[in-house]
Design a protein. Structure first.
Length: 368
């Protein structure tokens, strides 16, 4: 009850702000999304006298430690108060990484607001998200050509009004490349990063995660387990069992959270299923991926109604190999392909996504 009251007070504090202070609003589901927003916020504040309001559902969000006189942060919940605040939102622009606007609990405001969707991974928009996930956004920031093709094809197929599209890029990939560490002497013991997706057909949820970790350790590799945040919500008991089983093994590392990239840089190869992290890893670092041969991650059974092969299907054999757990061997790992993919083929504006995103947001504000 006290928490809900705190959220209500924060929401009212936001709504009482003068209009010019709440012109640009970012909404974050939690701390893992801060790296996607930070560059845009920096650019807006550096290049203008505008204010930025940052509303988050994560009490440990790094946005609360960000300091600028034109930056204001607010905490909300991820249910009733947030949903009420969205319905009563008064802003010129709202930028968010959460899809399904207006389809479920989170509705468009009864006041005029320009909604911008910001990509939080490189996966396809027609297979990996629910049907209609982007229909109610005014602008979609596209990470690469595949996103543009998917949005326009969905609009044509279902006779939807055309949204504005920005050939944006992908901030997380920019960061991975920017902070890439110089090549060094090969690890004496190769290091595997186990970073699967989440959902009913994902490797951990299927109860196979323990087998993967045991297999890699038995082959003599160091293993970092990096579960998806949604897996920690829905299948924490399975993850905790794996961690307990190997906690005393000095070759086993457990990484909780996906906001840091240490394991990306320290590992030699990744094991995944249908995770967007695999695309970031390969495109950003040109390191190989072992894809487990599991059913596709399909959140929209109607995805085949547009004739576009999802990116995560298209590039699997280009950036790695597809095998069963039993087929993972030392010989296979030693023969993995390195550095065979050009990120510019699949992602816009490498190293410059924030520049184009900031320019677009400021231009939108100027039009109000």
């Amino acid at each position: 009850m006290l928490k809900t009251l705190k959220y209500i007070l924060q929401a009212n504090e936001f709504l009482r702000l003068p209009k010019e202070i709440r012109s640009i609003v970012f909404y974050s589901e939690g701390k893992n999304y801060w790296p996607l927003f930070k560059g845009l916020i920096n650019g807006i504040l550096d290049q203008s006298d505008l204010y930025v309001c940052y509303i988050t559902s994560g009490k440990d969000d790094p946005g609360f430690t960000y300091s600028d006189v034109h930056f204001k942060s607010f905490l909300t919940d991820d249910s009733y108060v947030r949903n009420w605040l969205f319905e009563n939102m008064q802003a010129d622009v709202l930028i968010m990484t959460m899809p399904d606007l207006n389809n479920y609990q989170v509705k468009r405001s009864k006041h005029p607001v320009h909604y911008i969707y910001l990509q939080h991974n490189l996966l396809s928009l027609h297979m990996s998200y629910r049907h209609g996930a982007f229909d109610w956004f005014d602008t979609v920031f596209c990470a690469g050509p595949h996103h543009v093709n998917e949005i326009r094809s969905l609009e044509e197929k279902y006779n939807l009004p055309q949204k504005k599209i920005l050939e944006h890029g992908y901030a997380r990939l920019d960061s991975i490349i920017k902070h890439k560490q110089p090549s060094k002497v090969e690890n004496k013991t190769k290091h595997a990063l186990f970073a699967p997706s989440w959902g009913i057909n994902a490797v951990i949820e299927l109860g196979l995660g323990g087998q993967v970790v045991e297999k890699l350790l038995s082959l003599g590799y160091k293993v970092t387990l990096r579960p998806h945040p949604e897996t920690l919500k829905s299948s924490s008991k399975i993850v905790n069992k794996i961690v307990r089983m190997h906690s005393k093994n000095n070759k086993f590392i457990y990484e909780e959270g996906v906001s840091t990239l240490d394991s990306f840089y320290k590992s030699d190869f990744m094991i995944s299923d249908w995770s967007g992290a695999a695309l970031e890893y390969s495109l950003g670092l040109k390191k190989p991926v072992i894809f487990l041969d599991l059913p596709k991650k399909v959140n929209n059974p109607m995805y085949t109604e547009i004739n576009i092969t999802p990116l995560e299907v298209l590039v699997r054999e280009e950036i790695g190999v597809i095998v069963s757990i039993d087929q993972i061997t030392v010989s296979l790992i030693n023969s993995l392909p390195y550095g065979q993919i050009n990120p510019e083929k699949y992602v816009f504006n490498i190293g410059k996504s924030d520049f184009y995103g900031v320019k677009y947001i400021l231009d939108i504000i100027e039009d109000f």
